[in-house]
Structures are given as structure tokens and as C-alpha cells.
Write a protein that binds this ligand. Sequence first.
Ligand code: ADP
Ligand code: MG
Length: 577
Amino acid sequence: MKKFKTESQKLLDLMINSIYTNREIFLRELVSNASDAVDKLYFASLTDSDIQLNRADLRILVSFDADARTVTVSDNGIGMTQDQLDKNLGTIAHSDSMAFKADNAERQGDDVDIIGQFGVGFYSAFMVAKKVRVVSRAFGSDEAWAWESNGVDGYTIEPAARDEHGTDVVLTLKDNTDDESFDEFLTEYGLKNLIKRYSNYVRYPIQMEVTKTREVLKPEVIGEEGDTEDTPASPEYETYAELDTINSMIPIWKRQKSEVTPEEYAEFYKADFHDFADPAATFSIHAEGALSYDALLFIPSRAPYDLYSKDFKKGLALYSSNVLIMEKCEELLPDHYNFVRGVVDSQDLTLNISRETLQHNSQLRAIAKRIEKKVTSELKKMLENDRDTYETFFQNFGRGLEFGIYHSYGALKSELSDLLLFWSAKQKKRVTFAEYVAAKEEGQTAIYYAVGETVERLEKMPVVKAVLSRGYDVLLCTQDVDEFCFQTMMNYGEGDDALALKNVAGGDLDLATEDEKAAAEAVTKENADLFAAMKEALGDAVSDVAVSSRLTDEPAALTAAGPVSLEMERILSQMPD
Ligand code: ADP
Ligand code: MG
């Protein structure tokens, strides 16, 4: 028996116990290796005319034996010689695939796509297996060899038999304990699920023998005398086994956009992101260059029920060379676009050995930036070309955009403010800031808004009526975040054209003409004693009593003196400390 190198031994322990956080990924790693082995053979056939190969025969086979507690991953790829078994599986972190990649960096066009690059994926098998046996026959050789290890003591390599080139990796699963069961990997359902989940887009067929049921056609029985003739024969069923391809192979995001129908995109969205409604928008990014990647993104047509709860997790599915790395990669989406669903696939991401944490976040940041820009431009497009869809979108997700402005202290104002909609008291529909400004009165120097619980109530507010009576529109805001967003923005527009955002309930409206101001001042002077008496009577409840020139029909109104409006005070007072 050969011992693993000491470093290997330590690394093996470390890896089994801590690097991989999720034991079920062992199958993904073994399937990825099988796919790499098939790819290497295919690549060799491209460059060596002596190798006659039918690409359609290349495949990966997954099977299990519940009684023997084994799971087997077989491939008819390039296989390994005795020497290669020793070198590739005897030394942890020795990745032949990495060397292959480097050797063929230039020649390797789109046709070859090696997944492995870290040299520890194979050992993830020991998270679930007490024994691993690898039987392999290298292409072009007539010898087969078996490598075997229990992961702890070392490994043996002995002659074996195999009909064809390729490799079988046979795992004998660990025994169940009180805390842990491995039985899920000994079911058709369990294995199929894992293949679909992690390896759905591996480019070679991953096949499994599955049990199916079919109706048996019984030969018609000619009724004898006395038989109840009109009792219909009950159908009989039998089960049979059939080899099925489990993975769908070509990822939809790698297909030419022009070749995919909107229905196919919608089906993919619904199946992969568990929604029953079609997406409101679908778009993609194809980037080539220093960092190549594909992204396929969706805006849902309805908000998930937990969107605004603490449990909601944003993120995009992250694939590296068609293999799922992470179901929800948070770093790819800013908070204000947390509703976006989709997939990012890049073969250029530098992943660390566990594949579960990413080594260089700068690559992710670059992708995230591009995605954010793309979402913004797609939303603008929707706003311009498909107003109804956009209004529904905004009802679902608009609150998040406003929070984006508020939480960024206004840094996102220029990106997001043109995506906001508010109810216009004058136009009786939702408008953007730009539309408000385009319809404003000559000489109007501010954008007016009012905040309250319902549009109906706001319309009745004296201060709203007063502003409207001057011909100025008022945005009626009913969401808790509206006022925080307005206060953060302070104004809308660029440079000299910027208009202040003013709460009609605030103390600094300054709508009065010079004449009106003079009149108010005169009245104030005349009644100075009366106001002093009123103020004294109201005590701490008010900070001042003054003549107003902003009222129309109503005799009096309450306004807030400071930057915080009455409505905002109400919201703030409801917040937990
Ligand atoms: P990686 O795939 O990142 O290179 P692994 O630990 O997964 O690292 O595998 C180590 C090496 O073992 C691979 O680089 C490859 O050379 C070899 N290997 C593993 N599985 C197979 C297989 N099914 N067929 C041929 N070679 C394999
Ligand atoms: Mg690997």
C-alpha cells in the first residue's frame, strides 16, 4: 500500500472536514471529472486523425446499488494509465486538467471546456464514501488498473479488467449513523435531483437507468357463457428500466438569442426560479474579452411574498463552465435590484478550491457593475415602450428603488430617480419627475409633494388644494419610503434647472406673491395681541401661530416647522427603537 504524501494526508482531512460545506457536491465533482475525461478524448480526436470517434457515443453513466451501498460514475473518456492513477489520484492538489488547460490554451477553441482546475474535486468523494475504487483504462491501452483507497491510510493500485477505455469511480457509501444518513444517494430520485441541480448543463449526456411504468395491453379475453360481459378490463401496469439522459446539456444562455423563443425563455425562468407567472422582462449579456461571461436575466412579473422580509435572499445563480457553483450569489446584485433573477456563467472566474467561495471578488464586482447598468437601461426601455408593464413593475418593486436612493444617501439619485413614479393630483395618473417637470407652470420653482395614507385623503388636504389652486401639480405619495427618498434627493434636475422638492405640509413653501405677503404682514400686526393669546393658550402644542397666505377654503391648517413633516413624524414614531 502506498501512503498519501503527508501534505496530502493533512489536506485530505482538512478538506473532508471543512473546505466543502455541502457533502452532496461530491457528485458534481465526479461528473465534472468524467466530463473533462470525455472532453480530453474528444479533443485528442480533433487533433489526431488516428483516433476515430463518434461524438454521439460519448457519455457519462451514473448508477447505484442500494444493497451494496455503492454509487458509480462511469465515463468512456480518455482514462488513466497506471502511472496517471498514481500521479493524479495519489497526490492531492495535482491537477492534470490544469496542466492540460495550460498546454492547450491556444489551440483549445470553443470545442473543449475543461471544468477541473484545482486538483481536489476528486477527494470530495470521501465526504460520503468510506471506500473509493477507480477502475480505469487509458485510451489506446489494453490494460486496466484499479486504484483503491479508504481515504485514511493510503491507496493501492492493482491490475483490473475493463472492456473499453474510460473510468469507473465506485463509491462505497459510509454507514448511516444516528446523526447522518447517506441513503438519499442510493435512490433514483436523489441522484437524478443532484444531476439536474448541479450538472444539468454539462455538455455530454449524463445517463441513468430509471424505472418507468407502462400500461400492459392484455389480449382480449373472449367471454365465456355467464361472464359479465360489460365489465371493462382494468388496465394493468408493469415497471421496466430504461436508460434516460438526465441533463439538458445545452444551457439556454449559451444558445443564440435568435434561436430561442420567448416561450422557451419563459419556461426556463418558471422551472428554474419556481414562479408560475411569465417574467415581465427577459434580457441577456454576452461579454467577451479579459473576462468572458454570459448572463441571462429576468424581471419577475410579481413580487415574491417575502420580498420585504428579512428572509428574502437576493442573488443570481453562478455557473462556471456550465456547472453550478452557487445558487444565489449575492455579490452580483445591488440591493435596489434584489428582485432580478437569473444566471451568470463564466469560465474565467478564479474560484478557490472549494468552488464555493470565490477568490477574486474584483471579477464579480466587474460583472455586477455591468449587470446593474443593464438592468437600469432595460427598466428605462420598459418605461418608455411598455408603460402598463412598467407601472405594474413599479407597484411590485418601486419601493426598493426609492430605498436605494435613501440608503445610498443620494449617491444613486441620478441612476434611479428617473425610474420613479408618483401619483399626480393634477393629471390623475402616475408620472415620472421628468413628466412632472415637462408639465409645470411658467415660473414654478419647485416640485410639490404631499405624503399621507391614501390619495383620497391627500386630495382633501387644505395645503394640497392651496398649491393646486395656483395651478401647480402635487405628487401624492402614499408609501412610507416616499418622504425619506424625497428628503434624501432634495432636488431633481441638473445644475440651474434643478427644482427643489417641497412638501406642501412643510413650513417653507413660499408660494405667496409680494402683495399677499404684505397683506398677511399687515393682518399679523393688527392682531398681534390675539396671536400672542392663542399661542399662550396652546402652550407647548405649537411652536408658532401665524397668518397664512396659502389656504383657500379652510380657516386654519397645521404645518410642521422643521425638516420632518407631520407624516414623517408619524412613521418615525411607529418605528421600533
Ligand atoms: P481537477 O478536476 O480539478 O483537475 P480532481 O481532484 O477533480 O481535480 O481530479 C484530479 C485529476 O484526476 C484530474 O485532473 C484528472 O487528471 C484525473 N481524473 C479524475 N477523474 C478522472 C476520470 N474520470 N477520467 C480521467 N481522469 C480523471
Ligand atoms: Mg475535478
